[in-house]
Design a binder for this molecule. Structure first.
Ligand code: ZN
Length: 140
């Protein structure tokens, strides 16, 4: 589902189902691009949350996503020695490590992703209702 915000920006609402989860949002981002009909430009994908992120990685073997989630857990354990009283510091740290936005070039009306690349919403403190903003900037 896509919610129009303005002429160039759309919102993708998402529901996550576990504490840590990667959701492939490539098809949603692609629909935002198709709706706008831009041929050349930049597609900017932004996550407005402090315990979630967005990344681009392999879309073929789901074990890659699993490995990333597991390795981030090993690097930043949920029960570490943190100061933040809400108890979700690990999720905040992972969100900062992965990042809150990605940009994909748009060429000939298509996202110029590599064959094995997909765009993933990264949940680190679910389950929650989340949103992603897709902003398509025309360059021609
Ligand atoms: Zn917090």
């Amino acid at each position: 589902m896509l919610i129009p915000i303005n002429e160039t920006m759309k919102k993708i609402p998402l529901s996550t189902h576990s504490r840590a989860e990667f959701i492939d949002i490539t098809s949603h981002v692609n629909s935002a691009l198709k709706k706008q009909g831009v041929n050349e430009g930049i597609c900017h994908v932004f996550v407005p949350h402090t315990t979630a992120a967005v990344t681009i990685n392999e879309n073929a073997d789901p074990s890659v996503r699993k490995d990333i989630i597991n390795e981030l857990d090993r690097m930043v354990p949920w029960n570490g020695h943190y100061s933040h009283l809400e108890g979700n510091s690990a999720a905040h740290i992972k969100a900062t490590l992965v990042g809150s936005s990605v940009s994909v070039p748009v060429s000939c009306g298509e996202l110029a992703l590599g064959t094995w690349q997909g765009i993933y919403f990264c949940e680190f403190d679910g389950p929650r209702h989340r949103e992603v903003f897709v902003h398509i900037i025309k360059s021609e």
